[in-house]
Design a protein around this ligand. Sequence first.
Ligand code: SF4
Ligand code: SF4
Length: 144
Amino acid sequence: MFKMTGNIMRNLAVKKSTRRYPYEVREPFAKVRGELLNDIDRCIFCGSCQVKCPSRCIEVDKQAYQWHYDPFACVYCGVCVDICPAKSLYQKPEYRKPTAEKMTVSQQGQPRKKKEKPAKASETAAAAPEPPPEVPPAAAPEQS
Ligand code: SF4
Ligand code: SF4
């Protein structure tokens, strides 16, 4: 009994070891792999993230230019971010907020516009405007 009372008194005196999450959130560590986001305007819908994801939580519809993601199945390993060739995937340095409702992320993209090829030198010269015709100098007025 005396031993237990000592433990209780000691625990009342020391600082708490736990936090009242989500009311008290710990500062994230440096380089933490947090919420996964996709800058859909940069995405080229190559499908690499879907192939490499170990938890199969990404689905890429190449025909419809859609990117689907299940954040509840994601383990935040960062593999998709590392292999994304367009650098459209990135992770925020903080964790996703808790939610009571399960949801998936669906993003609609646009087909990428093809870059126009630079015109060849010969085409540029042909398209250049012709110089104006030379005007003869005006005759000097006669003196009487
Ligand atoms: S790897 Fe990157 S560019 Fe390719 S589909 Fe995934 S998000 Fe888009
Ligand atoms: S962070 Fe890992 S688990 Fe999450 S979508 Fe990317 S590859 Fe999949």
